[in-house]
Design a protein around this ligand. Structure first.
Ligand code: KIV
Length: 277
């Protein structure tokens, strides 16, 4: 097994022109499979609120829910670089509580880094967390925790003002000490320009091929989350219908008495009379 990646390795991948792969993981089983497939970074995204907890957005997700899932991911993939996503209101209230919550991801769940959403308004917080010894990944563009403020789940940076603002945010976050930056839903040309301008790696989602790496929600890649599929998603397999078919077949076989058959049963070696006494 390859050695666990470090921040230095991740930054070095950009310098070497080697694309970084990141996927979301929310439990031990998936974490194990993604690690075995060679994914560089596992993100315990707050998207778990929608994907596995059934919320309508990422806003209700709590620290305890994130830690519960992050711990499972760590146990499933002990040698992977795991990033814990700081949920809404875990870093916005005050810098000391942001540091404490970021620290919980490392101490209680074994994460290697945290991710938080926002631009210039979070730079001071990023610096404080980083100085406390916790690597921070930034996230700009479409930031789902504050999608309402952005006018919904929309592409960002289409006009000159907002494109310049995004470039300013990216530079600010790099200067603040972020080791990498997620660029979500921004035009491909702008994402490529931001990637060129930074020394830290950018990881795109809906941001074109010019980023230094890519991230997707694993359930989207596998065709397992049917409620909403963004247009930038490529589903490499469509598992939801296959899961439904398999479950229906199980239900049918159980009702028909065809499952379990002898091959899925344990033979009894005791005489019935002995058991009945
Ligand atoms: O929560 C999440 O899964 C994310 C990624 C999609 C970047 O933030």
């Amino acid at each position: 097994m390859a050695d666990k990646l470090t921040i230095v390795d991740i930054k070095g991948m950009k310098a070497a022109g080697e694309k970084i792969t990141m996927l979301t993981a929310y439990d031990a089983g998936f974490a194990r499979m993604l690690a075995a497939a060679g994914i560089d970074i596992l993100l315990v995204g707050d998207s778990l609120g929608m994907v596995v907890l059934g919320y309508d957005s990422t806003v209700p997700v709590t620290m305890n829910e994130m830690l519960h899932h992050a711990g499972a991911v760590r146990r499933g993939a002990p040698d992977s670089f795991v990033v814990g996503d700081m949920p809404f209101m875990s870093y916005q209230c005050a810098i000391p509580s942001a540091i404490r919550n970021a620290g919980r991801f490392m101490k209680e769940a074994g994460c290697d880094a945290v991710k938080l959403e926002g631009g210039l308004e979070v730079c001071e917080t990023v610096t404080a967390i980083e100085r406390a010894g916790i690597p921070v990944m930034g996230h700009i563009g479409l930031t789902p925790q504050t999608a309402g403020k952005l006018g919904g789940y929309k592409v960002q940076g289409r006009d000159l003002d907002s494109a310049r603002r995004l470039l300013g945010m990216a530079r600010g976050l790099e200067e603040a000490g972020a080791f990498a930056l997620v660029l979500e839903c921004i035009p491909a040309g702008l994402a490529a320009l931001i990637s060129e301008q930074l020394t830290i790696p950018t990881i795109g989602i809906g941001a074109g091929v010019g980023c230094d790496g890519q991230v997707l929600v694993t359930h989207d890649l596998l065709g397992m989350f049917e409620k909403f599929v963004p247009s930038f998603v490529k589903s490499y397999v469509n598992l939801a219908p296959q899961i439904r078919d398999a479950v229906q077949e199980y239900r049918h076989e159980v009702r028909e008495g065809r499952y379990p058959d002898a091959s899925h049963s344990f033979k009894m070696s005791l005489p019935v009379e002995d058991i009945l006494g």
